[in-house]
Design a protein around this ligand. Structure first.
Ligand code: ADE
Length: 425
């Protein structure tokens, strides 16, 4: 691809060719997004709009970014985690003329510097994974909100916080909760997180999963996906929970349920997927078996209290990529993967393209709706909005079609039966 000059800061532009091949690989497995691109590019619905995104810079994200650009948008991007950027992909995007500030291994200062650069020119639309961009606008650059039509949020954690902001009257523009669409959470959170988390653990440790006590903290959609995949590989899965219904579901799905202080002493591999801080802390680390492998797949790096582990440990060293060995006083060794950051993106490549296809089709539709709502004067107030279920069904139908699968349709008599309240036994 010719280099159209755009503002960028990436690790090394020479990685661009390798990045372009990764993007092509992802593209060939994201047919729904390809269809949306083919459908909307001719009418250029984003012409005149700038979309700023803060979301993991992966090969799948590149396909989304280039879909927005192909449909007329000016795009500026940064990563949403200091350890999740693929430098090859970032270089390919920069070389293709996308404004991007992202590289693997950013410091926290560099992370926020990158976000700030993406809003030097005020955006019309914001796209978040974890809400760091929207919080930056609200906390440090609230005047930009006047210019912003709306935004979208990709994750459970981000949506929870934005709903709280909206409830307190603090949200400055409307946001689509992309996370909450069925074609996102029911696939990406479950099968995406399930597979990519195991992928990250294996790349960083290569431990045998079969026969191990595999502890999953949190049995939401993500934790459930991880537990299912660990079970499939032959682990004895233990689930820790605070929510009675989730714990019950785990039990009935064949997992053992117990509190973390019991699980800590018998676990071989630990994964946190809760969105809550301090899930595994000093007293838990202190009781772990020699050789325990511990990681997090939740959005923020707050689930493992590594400060308390550092206090307990006599020392630590990186023993292999994404794997730090901590030595305890009595000689036990504990292994923390990816510095407690999300192991599926830091140590592996994130969710497979096939599931991101649907998640990002939802992102595309959310932004298209924002633009159309704005043009028709139909934007609501500063609320967190769900995408209508028709969007979900459309995306699912497209996905099925691209998989060559056909389904039944109800007959008119069946349609009538569904709402016939005179029908009974
Ligand atoms: N979140 C989880 N997996 C991802 C991926 N492959 N790309 C972007 N965001 C993700």
């Amino acid at each position: 691809m010719d280099h159209k000059p755009g503002a960028y800061k990436v690790r090394d532009l020479r990685l661009a060719n390798a990045g372009r091949m990764r993007i092509e690989w992802a593209e060939s497995r994201m047919p729904v997004l390809a269809q949306l691109r083919a459908e909307y590019a001719p009418s250029q619905p984003f012409q005149g709009y700038k979309i700023t995104g803060c979301l993991h810079v992966t090969k799948e994200t590149a396909v989304l970014v280039e879909t927005f650009a192909a449909c007329g948008a000016a795009v500026a991007w940064s990563g949403c985690n200091p350890l999740s950027t693929n430098d090859k992909v970032a270089a390919a995007l920069a070389l293709g003329g996308i404004e991007i500030y992202a590289w693997y291994g950013q410091s926290v200062e560099e992370f926020y510097w990158s976000i700030d650069r993406t809003i030097d020119t005020p955006p019309h639309l914001t796209l978040d994974d974890g809400a760091d961009l929207i919080f930056t606008v609200h906390n440090r650059f609230p005047h930009l909100a006047e210019h912003i039509i709306g935004g979208s949020e990709e994750t459970t954690t981000g949506v929870q916080r934005l709903r709280a902001m909206a409830q307190d009257g603090k949200l400055l523009y409307p946001v689509y909760a992309v996370n909450d669409t069925e074609t996102k959470w029911d696939f990406d959170n479950v099968y995406g997180t399930g597979q990519s988390t195991l992928d990250g653990i294996l790349r960083a440790s290569s431990v045998l999963i079969a026969g191990k006590n595999f502890v999953v903290a949190g049995y939401g959609h993500c934790g459930r996906g991880v537990a299912m995949r660990a079970k499939g590989l032959g682990a004895n899965v233990i689930v820790t929970e605070v929510k009675p219904t989730a714990a019950l579901k785990a039990t009935l799905e064949g997992m053992r349920v117990m509190p973390m202080h019991e699980a800590a002493a018998i676990g071989d591999v630990f994964v946190t997927a809760t969105g809550m801080k301090d899930i595994i802390r000093g007293d838990h680390f202190a009781s772990m078996k020699d050789g325990a492998v511990v990681c997090n797949t939740g959005h923020y790096d707050v689930e493992l209290n590594l400060k308390e582990l550092n206090t307990l440990a006599t020392g630590s060293r990186v023993i292999r990529k994404d794997n730090r060995e901590y030595s305890l006083e009595d000689g036990r060794k504990l292994f923390i993967l990816a510095e407690g950051r999300l192991v599926n993106l830091a140590a592996a490549e994130g969710h497979p393209s096939e599931v991101m296809d649907m998640s990002f089709a939802n992102q595309f539709m959310a932004h298209l709706r924002l633009v159309k709502q704005r043009e028709r004067g139909e934007l609501p107030g500063n609320v967190v909005m769900d995408l209508p279920s028709s969007v979900d069904q459309h995306i699912a139908a497209l996905k099925l079609e691209t998989m060559g699968l056909k389904i039944d349709t109800l007959t008119p008599e069946q349609e009538a039966y569904a709402t016939d309240y005179s029908a009974g036994t």
